[in-house]
Design a protein around this ligand. Structure first.
Ligand code: FPP
Length: 246
């Protein structure tokens, strides 16, 4: 799919992506899993570019989940150094493309060098006004919901908030995505049909797009395919078709 085939007046504001299949891609190419993750960086570069060109406002990438800490130590270490390298080497490119980088997740649990380089990239791109690139790192939806609950309980105990004031809007302000609209479109690569603890609160009404493409082979043209597919869906939010059309 080429960008001209997108309806420019109906671009999802927020696209979230579960980048899956790096390990299988590496195995198919007779290499180790880490090579697959390295090739995954090219796919990240391509869809960041494509999302910006299409006019997507927020692109959230599930780069490292809370559960990923349980992978073999050499893979976790390789992913962390890959992140540092990618962040350092891509920051100029992000600035050229007017992309602002943000991060969500348990950032304080990341190695010190990752935290430092991440903070530098966030600061360096903070004035950019184009695409917001949100990296979910040491992130899981259940972790985030529990963190929000703890914050609300603290407020309730101190009398800052009453039970009646706790509604969906109030709850969402305690999530790490409080300043970010919910994703309209969630993409998962590699032919798996799972959510894997990603943005559990935020995807209540997201459209899902599953593709068999392994993450290292995913490019912006595939992102455009997903957006075109999204543009053909009727989003009803629990209402009837007639209500939506009128
Ligand atoms: C899932 O594939 C992928 C990951 C856990 C890591 C994703 C990380 C990158 C693409 C690297 C760089 C990211 C940024 C934002 C610069 P998998 O290992 O679970 O694949 P498998 O299911 O085939 O084993």
């Amino acid at each position: 799919m080429v960008i001209d085939e997108l309806k420019k007046n109906y671009i999802p504001r927020h696209v979230a992506v579960i980048m899956d299949g790096n390990g299988r891609w590496a195995e198919l190419h007779g290499n180790d899993r880490i090579y697959g993750h390295q090739q995954g960086v090219d796919a990240v570069r391509s869809i960041v570019e494509g999302a910006g060109e299409a006019g997507v406002e927020y692109l959230t990438l599930y780069a490292f989940s809370t559960e990923n800490w349980d992978r073999p130590k050499n893979e976790v270490d390789a992913l962390m150094s890959l992140l540092v390298n990618a962040i350092v080497h891509e920051t100029d490119n992000l600035n050229e493309k007017n992309v602002k980088m943000l991060a969500i997740g348990g950032i304080s649990s990341l190695p010190a060098d990752v935290q430092l380089k991440l903070a530098e990239a966030v600061e360096s791109t903070s004035q950019n006004t184009g695409l917001r690139l949100v990296l979910a790192l040491s992130y899981s939806g259940r972790w985030e919901i529990l963190e929000a609950v703890k914050k609300i309980v603290r407020k309730a105990v101190s009398g800052e908030i009453t039970e009646n004031q706790i509604n969906e809007c109030e709850f969402a302000t305690h999530l790490s995505t409080s300043a970010i609209p919910d994703p309209e479109l969630l993409i998962r690569t590699s032919g798996e049909y799972r959510i894997s603890n990603f943005l559990l609160w935020q995807i209540a009404y997201s459209e899902f797009y599953f593709t068999p493409i392994l993450w290292p082979d995913f490019r912006k043209e595939n992102l455009f395919d997903a957006i075109v597919d999204f543009q053909h869906r009727e989003r009803r939010f629990g209402k009837t078709s007639e209500q939506i059309r009128s």
